[in-house]
Write a protein that binds this ligand. Structure first.
Ligand code: SAH
Length: 301
């Protein structure tokens, strides 16, 4: 079976799901069709392809993680090994790190963008996340992407420390472009792959995820997060979704809450205090998701 047919069920599902969740509120164009929806709708599968031979079982999963502390417990749990120097498949100048292995019939690549070469801290944020996601899709051609990580949660929306969320929607909150249509491009709202069976089977919460390049939030960010109707806030999700969408690769977002954004404690302090414990909850949830995925097709999720 060729790659295109294998991808077809998942790709078309993602396209179907790609209507931004607040297109009505942000609509600045006289046309009732959202411009992004139109762009997505412009890419139907070629009609001269032979019909797909039914949905294919998921075989390759790419896990994208921002921080080493978040990645390592999962590497251990899934018994992944670090790709030897020269075998990472990434350009030598990039600090990106790849772990890989076979787990319950799945081939897993787990990537994190590594340490900043000059400063030695984790390369968090949208730029590194988008780059490593792009390179990994090109190299590993995954059937499914799992972006796993920590996030801030809003208690007003029902989030508590240690909760693990599956994001139903993603959007940016710090890309302000107050020009018609560019404003919606800046927000970059997208639906994630709908996974009703994962939700039914595993005890995860559902919420909208808002992404920006700061750990804190400015008053403008806060207003945008409210408009995004977000329950959780991170620094990578919407960037990973943008790249995944570009390559019609289904993606899900598993986020564990390390800090309460609308609480009393300063975010950075609370984040560091809870990081290790919450990472254990994240690692457990991602393992359960991977267990569930094993032997299934995208449409079973
Ligand atoms: N001070 C930390 C830096 C971590 S940056 C350190 O010393 O290592 C925060 C990381 O956790 C990002 O990858 C982001 O996605 C996630 N995150 C956790 N809580 C967040 C919040 N409240 N807002 C934005 N991102 C958050």
């Amino acid at each position: 079976m060729n790659d295109w047919n294998k991808k077809k069920p998942s790709g078309s599902r993602l396209l179907h799901d790609s209507i931004p969740f607040h297109s009505v509120r942000f609509s600045t164009s006289p046309t009732p069709i959202h411009p992004l929806a139109r762009v997505h709708a412009m890419a139907p599968p070629p009609s001269d392809q032979p019909p797909a031979a039914g949905p294919a079982e998921i075989s390759k999963v790419l896990i994208v993680i921002a921080m080493q502390t978040e990645a390592m417990p999962l590497v251990t749990k899934l018994k992944l090994v670090e790709a030897a120097a020269g075998e990472s498949m990434f350009p030598k100048c990039a600090p990106w790190i790849r772990y890989h292995g076979n787990y319950k019939g799945l081939h897993i690549d787990l990537v994190w963008p590594g340490k900043d070469p000059a400063l030695g801290v984790d390369s968090v944020g949208t730029v590194s996340a988008a780059l490593v996601t792009y390179a990994s899709i090109q190299t590993f051609k995954p059937d499914l992407i799992i972006n796993a990580g920590t996030a801030g949660g809003f208690k007003a929306k029902g989030a508590s420390i240690g909760d693990v969320f599956l994001a139903s929607d993603v959007a940016f909150h710090d890309r302000r472009i107050p020009i018609p249509v560019f404003d919606m491009y800046g927000v970059g709202a997208r639906k994630t792959l709908a996974t009703p069976n994962i939700l039914k089977e595993l005890n995860l919460k559902v919420g909208k995820l808002s992404t920006g390049d700061s750990l804190d939030m400015s008053p403008q960010d806060e207003a945008a997060i409210l408009r995004n109707d977000a329950t959780i806030k991170d620094m990578e999700g919407a960037a990973v979704a943008y790249v995944a969408d570009m390559f019609s690769t289904p993606a899900i977002f598993v986020k564990a809450v390390t800090d309460i954004v609308d609480g009393e404690k300063p975010t950075a302090e609370e984040f560091l205090q809870n990081l290790v414990a919450v990472t254990a909850a994240l690692d457990q949830a991602v393992t359960k998701v991977v267990d569930f995925i094993s032997g299934k097709c995208i449409s079973d999720l």
